[in-house]
Design a protein around this ligand. Structure first.
Ligand SMILES: NC(=O)c1ccc[n+]([C@@H]2O[C@H](COP(=O)([O-])OP(=O)(O)OC[C@H]3O[C@@H](n4cnc5c(N)ncnc54)[C@H](OP(=O)(O)O)[C@@H]3O)[C@@H](O)[C@H]2O)c1
Length: 310
């Protein structure tokens, strides 16, 4: 199968491309650094038409920390909407039989919900801390549905919790929550820092997905496209959350950091709790075994140790 991974040099895209290549699919990774600019329609159409993939895994986005997406709210909305609008239009023109996989960040769900169920997506506004980015993620669902209705384009949408694992950016504005914590602790341990500041109160509860697990789910889906059940969005859910404080305890222990953790409560926590209902996931992926959180954190610590200093 000819697969195009958009944003294939980013955190999620690189994990996805690695796993898809293992199974000898013909995988092309494209992102800004290859000359593709999804904010530009001509560039988007040219690259899509040149490759004419059977499957597009859409891991391209302009995204970063909570602070980054709030400070740059207008740019985040503008750039991400243009990328999505150009992508769908170019697929319609250049490769209308291709299937598009969208990893939709779970910040698309209503900010007040504690448990995210696919059918409750529209039951309230996204959390204020992710107003711009979360609304662009909702538009992935709108684009999928409207392009399906009018042009017959096929998209498969996965709601995805926060991910962690290898290959994330080490830029503090860009690194994702758990990876940023792991990177900070590894750095502090290597540099023998006596104390380490962590933003927020530590009380926010989140569900965490090991990025290579997300990649394995995409691979399984790619190989079962003819089956039923892909028309509705699916949570990649485990219905299991852990507080940031509990996570820090695991990281500190696994990285053998001996300094103190200081919580900077002046920084926002974001939504208090986010866990994903896993009912539909179990129907669609019976028997799928997620990587144990401690084992995944251990692997990610090894990754950060291997790229130190960063
Ligand atoms: N990370 C998570 O925890 C998580 C969780 C749930 C869902 N997701 C979703 O997964 C997707 C990818 O996230 P990520 O964490 O992998 O982000 P990331 O590490 O920042 O990667 C984004 C990728 O998009 C590319 N890109 C940005 N602007 C572009 C443009 N104008 N034209 C072409 N490519 C462009 C980047 O290119 P360069 O590398 O060349 O700069 C990069 O490869 C997003 O939709 C995100 O919401 C992520």
């Amino acid at each position: 199968m000819k697969i195009l991974v958009l944003g294939g040099h980013g955190f999620v895209g690189r994990n996805v491309a690695d796993v898809l290549r293992e199974l000898r699919h013909e995988v092309t990774s494209l992102s800004r650094r290859d000359g593709l600019d999804l904010t530009d329609y001509e560039s988007t159409e040219k690259h899509i038409t040149d490759i004419t993939p059977d499957l597009i895994v859409n891991c391209a986005a302009e995204v970063g920390s909570l602070n980054y997406v709030s400070m740059k709210a207008a740019d985040i909305f503008d750039v991400n909407m243009r990328m999505l609008l150009n992508l769908y239009k170019a697929v319609k023109v250049g490769t209308p039989d291709a299937v598009i996989f969208n990893p939709v960040a779970n910040c698309a769900f209503p900010g007040i919900s504690e448990k995210y169920t696919e059918s409750n997506l529209w039951d309230g506004s996204v959390h204020q801390s992710v107003f711009a980015y979360g609304n662009t993620r909702r538009m992935m669902i709108v684009l999928s549905e409207t392009y399906s209705t009018q042009y017959g384009l096929r998209s498969i949408n996965f709601f995805v919790p926060n991910m962690y694992g290898p290959y994330d950016s080490t830029d503090p504005n860009k690194a994702h929550a758990l990876n940023a914590l792991i990177g900070k602790v590894v750095k502090a341990q290597r540099e023998g820092l006596g104390q380490l500041e962590v933003w927020g109160s530590g009380g926010a509860i989140r569900e965490w997905l090991y990025a290579p697990d997300c990649a394995r789910i995409f691979l399984q889906t790619a190989e079962r496209l003819d089956e039923y059940g892909w028309d509705e969005p699916i949570n990649i859910g485990q219905n299991y959350g852990l507080s940031v404080r509990e996570l820090i305890n695991i990281i500190v222990r696994e990285a053998r950091y001996e300094g103190a953790i200081v919580w900077n409560r002046s920084m926002p926590d974001g939504a208090p709790k986010k866990v994903m209902d896993d009912t539909r996931f179990h129907k669609q992926f019976p028997g799928f075994i997620f990587t144990d959180l401690v084992a995944g954190i251990r692997e990610t610590i090894r990754y950060y140790e291997s790229i130190y200093p960063f």
